[in-house]
Design a protein around this ligand. Structure first.
Ligand code: NAD
Length: 276
């Protein structure tokens, strides 16, 4: 008996890195998986069907069920194609792991329009596009569902040279919270993971510990995909090596002015109260 017996999952960007590990872990708990990947380079250029196909072959060789899909997450047509692959191969969609991603790092003053647009399109629009297409299918099925998005410290905390990526990842955190509210009535939960792992995306980060393997992140994805997490939605879970945590927003107690409205001078004199 697996935690995900009878469930069908779509994992975007599952041809390598974290996505591949998530797909293998979901299959390990009994899910059937659509392995989506355009198979391009880290910066999103190029395309190759072999990345997704290799993971499908690996799953099948181990006795699991998987179907490949090579569409881009960055268009509504591509997202619809992924759902069609899932429904065509396995008859339904229960779980989506929005994981596909690219990097085009540059400091803000050197950032080019194409770098900004490409990163926002894959991460932020891609998360929206695949969620919309899959949730339409889930609503039709009427049996709830699970959406697991992928945010990043680069967006929630900030990182030099990643304004496009960080903005997209912070946007995904906001999208997760809005989608959790909108889909609650359909019994569809929406959460995000905030991972840190050694993959081709982080290959140049010398400080990344060797044991921060992508496999260590996937149990969190399986948990969020399963009935074990049914009471959790709109949450952001950190996963760095063996350390798991929750990212939360914090609002200070704040202060009120006793006057008709604040003045800049009163703000200056009471800024510590406002921030406390
Ligand atoms: P990765 O480069 O190995 O994986 C990303 C995958 O997405 C690749 O296989 C790529 O081909 C695929 N992809 C890119 N554009 C696509 C598109 N338009 N449609 C479909 N597939 C596409 O890197 P990774 O580290 O495994 O990253 C996975 C996710 O985790 C990304 O969203 C990334 O931003 C996020 N993330 C990773 C880390 C980390 O430490 N590795 C940290 C924070 C967030």
């Amino acid at each position: 008996m697996g935690l995900l017996d009878g469930k069908v999952a779509i994992v975007t960007g599952a041809g390598g890195g974290l996505g591949r590990c998530h797909a293998l872990a979901l299959v390990g708990e009994g899910a059937k998986v659509v392995v989506n990947d355009v198979g391009g380079a880290r910066d999103g250029t190029g395309a190759d069907t072999r990345m997704a196909q290799q993971v499908v072959d690996e799953i099948r060789a181990a006795g699991g069920e998987a179907a490949a899909n090579y569409d881009s997450v960055a268009t509504l047509d591509g997202a619809a194609g992924m759902v069609q692959t899932a429904v065509g191969a396995f008859g339904r969609v229960d779980i989506v792991v929005n994981n596909a991603g690219i990097l085009r790092d540059k400091s803000i003053l050197k950032m080019e329009e194409a770098m900004w647009d490409a990163v926002i399109a894959v991460h932020l629009k891609g998360t929206f596009a695949v969620t919309q297409a899959a949730v339409r299918q889930m609503v039709e099925q009427g049996q709830g569902g699970r959406i697991i998005n992928t945010s990043s410290i680069a967006g929630l905390i900030g990182n030099f040279g990643q304004s496009n990526y960080g903005s997209a990842k912070a946007g995904i955190a906001g999208f997760t919270r809005v989608a959790a509210i909108e889909f609650a009535k359909h019994n569809i939960t929406v959460n995000a993971i905030v991972p840190l792992a050694k993959t081709r995306m982080t290959a140049e980060i010398a400080a990344m510990p060797d044991d921060f393997t992508p496999e260590k992140i996937s149990p969190l994805v399986v948990f969020l995909a399963s009935d074990l997490s049914s009471s959790l939605t709109g949450r952001l879970f950190g996963a760095q090596g063996n350390h798991y945590s929750e990212f939360r927003y914090q609002i200070s107690d704040g202060a009120d002015t006793a006057e008709n409205q604040w003045t800049p001078q009163e703000i200056a004199s009471r800024i510590r109260d406002i921030m406390r």
